[in-house]
Each structure stands twice: as C-alpha cells, then as structure tokens.
Design a protein around this ligand. Structure first.
Ligand code: ADP
Length: 293
C-alpha cells in the first residue's frame, strides 16, 4: 500500500508561436487542459504501476476540483480522504512556444490549505508500506507527513521537487531521497551532484539523469549507475513522476532498490515515448514489457 501526500493542479496549456512579453497579447495556437501536479501525477503513476494507492491532498470547490478528483479515481487511486476546500483548485498556467520553450505560473490554490494532518490522514500514512511526498504543498505538511511515516515504521520517500531550501531536520525523516541534478544541487548547495554529501543527510539516494538513466547510492556502500532504456523520445513531460511513482511501488513490493530503480527507469522510458503529462504515465504491463525486454 502506497500513500502519496501532495499537490493536485489543473494544467492549462496554451500553445503559441512565441511567448508574449510583459504587457503584450499574442494570438495563440491550440489550448489543452489536463490534470497535473506532482502529487497527483505520482499517485496516478503508482496506481497504474500496480500499487494500491491512496492520495492525500486538497482540491478546490471549483469545476477543476471535480475533474482532478475524477482523474485520480479513474486511475484507481483511493480519493476517499482528499480534502475539498472552498475556493480555487491549484492551477498551472503554462505557455509553450513552437520551440518548446515555456513560461509557467503556478497558483497553488487549495494545495496551500493542506495543513494540519488529520487523525485519519495520519492513520493512512501509518498503515502504508511506503509514503511518497514532493514539495508542492506547504513544507510543514511534508515534514509532518514524513514524521508520521517515520514514527509508524512506514518507509518514507521524498522527491525533493521543485528545488527549494528545506527546514532543518526535514531530511532526517527521509529513508529514500529522489532528486534530479538541479534538486541535488539545491540540497547540497553546489551544482555538481555529490552522492557522498547527500548520503550524509539521508541513508539512500536516487539521482535521476534523464536520458542517462539514474544512479543509486546508499550508506551500505553501494553506488551504481543504472542505465536508461533506449527509446524514441516524444515528450519528456512527467518522466520524473512516472519514475518516482513506479519506484515507490517496486520498493513497497519489497524489491531490492537497485532492481526497483531499474524498473522505474523502464517506467520513465515508457513515459517519454508518449506526448502528454498524466496521460503519458505507463501501466504496469507496459513497464514490464520494457523491463523484461
Ligand atoms: P525529471 O523530469 O524529474 O528531471 P528525468 O528527466 O531525470 O526526471 O527523468 C526521470 C527518469 O525517466 C530518468 O531517470 C530515466 O529513467 C527516464 N528517462 C528520462 N528521459 C529519458 C530518455 N530520453 N530515454 C530513456 N529514459 C528516460
């Protein structure tokens, strides 16, 4: 059983010949709306990868909230504990130009109201094999969730994204840290990823390396690069979410972490072959097909 405590956002994506400058109006191309947010995406990724998954988070009382909830449910995620707060859902306003360059404004909306974990939310975390958090909800909630997991003996994973400064002590509650190179740099305070420096802070680290795959290191002295699966890339959006959701599932099944990382690489590689965000997240059979190939 996996619990994801995190964000849910509606992504509003406008395509345009070029990004507007301040004060300017540009006539755009297509518009696409899709459920997103790292928390919701990773919960969907975990459920599709075969994990019994519960999402803890907050959606708004607007129409977007209905769609965000339905998207999770459709993927098989347990949404029975999702909070509905009066007001706007989280929204990401995304503009993309014809070169793929983007500008993104995230309005956290209901995500900002996800504070003060309830007894029911704590019980869900305590009953899980794995708790997975990201950093798009208030950090005090991330901290409280990780602490609740740690106290109950639930394995805790932090995907420290997006990169930001963390309060002292937060990483002490983390069993497995998942970061890309930028997020790793933000944590250790210098650009080159330094596994030893990260292992001073947490017992296990997975560094994702896009097309180069990932790297796993732990305090037992293991440090190994796990190569990516070679595939045709259509769109790398949500690859990190596919990877992290699948990793949580594999670890929750008791697989060795190096094997879990290889399986998660397969999930990321299936995702990059498809265009879209949550729509590109792979099902277990697709992950298995590539992993076994
Ligand atoms: P993020 O988007 O969080 O920075 P990455 O870009 O590192 O995450 O991608 C996450 C994972 O997805 C990688 O570790 C890898 O397993 C897989 N992946 C990403 N890009 C590719 C690619 N071009 N080919 C194969 N696998 C990929």
């Amino acid at each position: 059983r996996i619990v994801v405590a995190g964000s849910a956002n509606m992504d509003l994506v406008g395509l345009a010949p070029r990004l507007p400058r301040p004060g300017e109006t540009v006539l755009g191309d297509d518009f696409v709306m899709a459920p997103g947010g790292k928390g919701s995406n990773q919960a969907i990724a975990a459920a599709l990868a075969g994990g019994a998954t519960t999402f803890l988070g907050a959606i708004g009382s607007d129409a977007f909230g209905v769609t965000l909830g339905a998207r999770l449910t459709a993927a098989g995620v347990d949404t029975s504990r999702v909070r509905t707060s009066y007001g706007s859902s989280g929204v990401a306003v995304i503009m993309v130009d014809r070169d793929g360059e983007n500008s993104i404004l995230v309005s956290p909306g209901a995500n900002r109201t996800f504070v003060d974990l309830s007894a029911d939310e704590r019980a869900a975390i305590a009953g899980a094999d794995v708790l997975l958090c990201q950093q798009e909800i208030p950090l005090e909630t991330v901290f409280a969730a990780l602490r609740a997991g740690r106290e109950a003996g639930t394995r805790t994973i932090l995907n420290a994204a997006p990169a930001m400064d963390l309060p002292p002590g937060l990483l002490d509650q983390v069993d497995l840290l998942v970061v890309n190179e930028i997020e790793a740099g933000a944590i250790i305070g210098r650009p080159e990823p330094d596994m030893a420096a990260l292992l001073d802070l947490v017992p296990r680290v997975v560094l994702t390396l896009s097309g180069a795959g990932s790297r796993y290191a732990d305090r037992d002295g293991r440090d190994e690069q796990v190569p990516a699966f070679r595939v045709e890339v259509a769109d790398t959006t949500a690859a990190g979410d596919a990877f992290t959701g699948a990793l949580a599932v594999a670890w929750g099944e008791g697989r060795d972490l190096l094997d879990a990382v290889r399986w998660a690489n397969a999930a990321g590689a299936v995702c990059v072959q498809k265009v879209g965000a949550s729509g590109a997240l792979p099902e277990r059979a697709e992950i298995e097909a590539l992993y076994g190939a």
